[in-house]
Design a protein around this ligand. Structure first.
Ligand code: C5P
Length: 132
């Protein structure tokens, strides 16, 4: 089966990373993730990321760069992550869909939340960047 990409956003602002707590499905509820979702057929991953951030958080964001790595999810899905930032004039993120809480985590707080396992290597990569 062909790999299907799930895009995740490392949304960064003022040296903090946005974490989003899932409200569904039941087996993932209460766990934290980088917001994002499935790329639709014919859609570029970067466009999917911007769309998902608008739908889930109500923000206007831009994609900065891809983090190295592709991480397995439930087949056929794999996770890829991009750093992103809010565009000037974007409102603040709100948990509109799929999430019931958001937190902006500073470099020393990144491991205060229970990340979904596939997101952990991406958060490690971001941790290195926030420290340097
Ligand atoms: O958000 P959505 O339900 O479309 O994501 C599909 C699947 O990808 C989820 O069920 C979840 O297991 C996984 N996922 C993840 N980490 C993310 C985003 C999604 O593990 N940051």
């Amino acid at each position: 089966m062909t790999e299907q990409i799930v895009v995740g956003a490392a949304l960064l602002a003022g040296g903090r990373l946005l974490a989003a707590r899932r409200s569904a499905p039941e087996e993932l509820a209460g766990r934290w993730e980088l917001p994002g979702g499935k790329v639709e057929p014919g859609e570029a991953p970067e466009a999917a990321l911007v769309r998902e951030l608008r739908e889930e958080l109500g923000v206007d964001a831009e994609v900065i760069e891809r983090l190295p790595g592709t991480w397995p999810l439930k087949p056929p899905y794999v996770l890829q992550v991009w750093t992103t930032r809010l565009l000037p004039g974007s409102g603040a993120p709100e948990p509109l869909q799929d999430h019931d809480a958001l937190r902006w985590l500073g470099a020393g707080e990144l491991w205060d939340v229970d990340w979904l396992e596939p997101d952990v290597p991406a958060v490690q990569e971001v941790a290195g960047r926030l420290r340097s």
